[in-house]
Each structure stands twice: as structure tokens, then as C-alpha cells.
Design a protein around this ligand. Structure first.
Ligand SMILES: Cc1cc2nc3c(=O)[nH]c(=O)nc-3n(C[C@H](O)[C@H](O)[C@H](O)COP(=O)(O)OP(=O)(O)OC[C@H]3O[C@@H](n4cnc5c(N)ncnc54)[C@H](O)[C@@H]3O)c2cc1C
Length: 342
């Protein structure tokens, strides 16, 4: 486990230093390509007008084929492509959002600080389509039970490893002995704290037994049982893989739900890894996302009225009251209480 965490950090450091170097190389290469006007079949076609960029462009992924982060014990998130892949030197892929938004307003000004203002305005006011102009394509390996939660996000394009066509690889998720969560007493859908060491050990033994079925799975497929049927015996801790492409607007929606503390830890770590990969590519949008979505709070009409009037929240719903208490604590204000007479 520790080894994997270390591998992850080393990769990130190597990446960040290498990124700048590769960006410079790509920049130089692009500029020389522009001047020599490379001839390919596109430029030879007389019916196609080939407009070269006004400024030098760089590869926002620093020339990398994939940018990868290790997640859990056998999982990974790899960014394999994005749109736009090229951005004007001195800008970021956020430029594409501004470019499409400006079609509404005409050219306007092109200053970077004004680009930032526009992106922040668009996100704050939920002008969503410009964010759909940016796309990210990931290759992900995750446990099957994580994939089941993930696939509920319908706006992405997905292509998954076929366990009908191929043998499922021998990879199963197992938490460490020290991280077996206990069932939460307050949230029926979540874990909270840890179980005692003995119970944790018992749970891992059960996982051993479930993983042991893999041997039978292999044996029976070799004897001729169809792969599409044999897989029915494998536990949901088995890993699957897919390519997952999503635009930035829907990706922010996914991330706001799956980076939230209410999301299950095992999907949250994937969402956090994805966010780390895309943040250097669209830093302005991510800053706005953090300011106006991730770190923001939604107040209901009843909550606003309670805060304004200083009267208790006009509901007897325990859950709603508890949510209001949490919000008041976050805001650093006292919970409006019933006024005592006399
Ligand atoms: C903490 C947590 C707990 C959850 N618990 C459960 C659970 O117990 N059981 C369960 O079944 N699910 C559960 N879910 C899944 C949840 O209900 C959503 O299905 C999931 O989060 C996807 O959200 P979405 O539909 O907004 O996202 P997406 O599918 O990515 O869609 C994004 C947005 O596009 C629009 N959209 C997409 N498709 C359509 C459509 N066909 N029609 C209209 N609008 C559309 C909607 O505005 C939607 O919000 C849980 C999710 C979370 C985060």
C-alpha cells in the first residue's frame, strides 16, 4: 500500500517538472511546423481552407500519451486525451470555454484576466454550454461495485471491458485490516469509524473465500463454460476497466457529487484523482468550480427565512433540522431558537 502511494507521488513530481520541459519542446516544434507549412493530404485539398492559428500553440497534456494516477490497491485513473488538446501559448484549455461563450458577444477583449472573469461569471450563473466544449477522456480501472455507482452518471460516453469476450483479470479490491469501516449509526447509507480488529480480520477472511472462486472461474471456463455465464460467480470486488469520456459541465456535476464527503470512500478517491489530473489543464474553471460549487452552500427558502427572522426553522422534519444545524455550524452562526416568552 505504502509502496503504491509512493509510486504515485514520484510520478506526480516527475510529471510536473517534465511537463514544463515538454511544453517548451512542443511549443518550439509547433512553431517550426507552422513556418514550414507541412504538407499533408488536408492542405493539398483545394476545397479546404486551412487556417493556421494566430499564435503558437502547445499541447495541454505536455506531449504525454496518458497522465496516470494510481487509486486503491489495483486501480488507476489515466487521462488519455482531451479537447482542446492544443491551447495558445500563455493560455490554458479554459480558452475554449471563453472562445465559445464569445460567439454570443462577438470578439470583445482577449485579456487573460478578462477570460477568468468570464469563466467565473458563466459558472456562477450556470451558463453551462460553454463548459460542454471541453472534454476529457479517461481510462479507468475500478472495482465492480464502484463501477455500478459510476455508471449512473448518464451523460458520459462509456466503453467497458467485456467479460463475455475476455477472461476477467485476477484483480480484487480489499481494504487493509486497519481500514474496515463500521456501519454508521446515523447514516444508513454510509460507514463511520472502524470495526474492531477481530471483526476486520473475519471480514478479510470472507474476502479471501470470495476471491478463491476465481480459481474455479478459470477452471470452468477452461472446461467450456461460457465466459458470459462463468463471471456470475465473481464477487463485486473484482476490477473492471473502461474508457469514460465526459464534457467539463457534466464532469463538474459528477465531481461535485462524488468528491462530496457523503460519497462512498472507494469512489471518492477516484473522483479526487480525476480532479487532480484535469485541474492543471483547466485551472480557471476549477478555481471557479471550487469557489461557486464545491465550497458553496445551498440554502432553502425556509432556512433563509429562519436566519433572517431569527425564528426556528419552520419544519418538524428531523433530517431537515439536522441539515440546517450543520449549515449554521459551517456559517459560524447560532441556530435560531424559539423565543421564550416573559
Ligand atoms: C451520495 C449518493 C447516494 C446515492 N444513493 C443512491 C441510491 O441509494 N439508489 C440509487 O438508485 N441511486 C443512488 N445514487 C445515484 C443518484 O440518484 C444519481 O442517479 C446519480 O448521482 C447520477 O446523478 P445525475 O442523474 O444527476 O447525473 P447524470 O446521469 O450524470 O446526469 C446529469 C444531469 O443530466 C440530466 N439528465 C441526465 N439524464 C437525464 C434523463 N434521462 N432525463 C432527464 N434529465 C437527465 C439531469 O439534470 C442530471 O442531473 C446516489 C448518488 C449519490 C451521490
Amino acid at each position: 500500500m505504502v509502496d503504491r502511494v509512493c509510486q504515485g507521488s514520484v510520478f506526480e513530481i516527475a510529471f510536473s517538472t517534465k511537463l514544463e520541459k515538454t511544453r517548451k519542446q512542443t511549443r518550439n516544434k509547433m512553431t517550426s511546423q507552422q513556418t514550414t507549412q507541412s504538407t499533408n493530404s488536408l492542405s493539398q485539398s483545394e476545397s479546404i481552407l486551412r487556417v493556421m492559428p494566430e499564435t503558437a500553440m502547445f499541447d495541454v497534456m505536455g506531449g504525454a500519451a496518458r497522465l496516470e494516477k494510481r487509486v486503491l490497491d489495483h486501480g488507476f485513473v489515466a487521462l488519455v486525451d482531451c479537447m482542446p488538446r492544443l491551447a495558445p501559448v500563455g493560455k490554458t484549455a479554459d480558452f475554449s470555454i471563453v472562445q465559445s461563450a464569445r460567439v454570443s458577444y462577438g470578439e470583445g477583449t482577449k485579456q487573460v484576466n478578462e477570460d477568468r472573469g468570464l469563466v467565473r461569471y458563466l459558472l456562477r450563473h450556470r451558463h453551462t454550454t460553454p463548459f460542454e466544449m471541453v472534454e476529457f477522456k479517461f481510462h479507468i480501472a475500478m472495482p465492480m461495485f464502484v463501477a455500478r455507482q459510476w455508471i449512473r452518471h448518464r451523460t458520459a460516453n462509456v466503453n467497458e471491458y467485456s467479460a463475455r469476450y475476455s477472461i476477467v483479470p485476477d484483480r480484487f479490491y480489499r481494504p487493509s485490516l486497519e481500514s474496515v469501516r463500521a456501519q454508521s449509526g446515523t447514516n444508513r447509507q454510509g460507514g463511520d469509524g472502524l470495526v474492531d480488529a477481530g471483526t476486520a480480520e473475519e471480514f478479510l477472511v470472507m474476502l479471501d473465500r470470495a476471491e478463491g472462486l476465481y480459481k474455479d472461474y478459470l477452471g470452468l471456463t477452461e472446461k467450456g463454460v461460457a465466459r458470459e455465464l462463468a463471471r456470475a460467480a465473481l464477487p463485486v470486488s473484482v476490477y473492471t476497466e473502461w474508457y469514460w469520456k465526459c464534457d467539463l459541465h457534466n464532469l463538474f456535476h459528477f465531481l461535485s457529487l462524488r468528491m462530496d464527503p457523503h460519497a462512498q470512500y472507494e469512489i471518492r478517491v477516484f473522483a479526487e484523482a480525476m480532479y487532480e489530473l484535469l485541474k492543471p489543464i483547466v485551472p480557471i474553471s476549477c478555481e471557479a468550480f471550487e469557489d461557486y460549487r464545491l465550497g458553496a452552500m445551498h440554502l432553502t427558502k425556509l432556512e433563509i427565512e429562519s436566519i433572517k427572522s431569527g425564528s426556528p426553522l419552520a419544519t418538524t422534519n428531523k433530517r431537515e433540522l439536522a441539515e440546517f444545524e450543520t449549515k449554521c455550524a459551517q456559517l459560524g452562526i447560532a441556530i435560531p431558537a424559539a423565543k421564550t416568552s416573559g
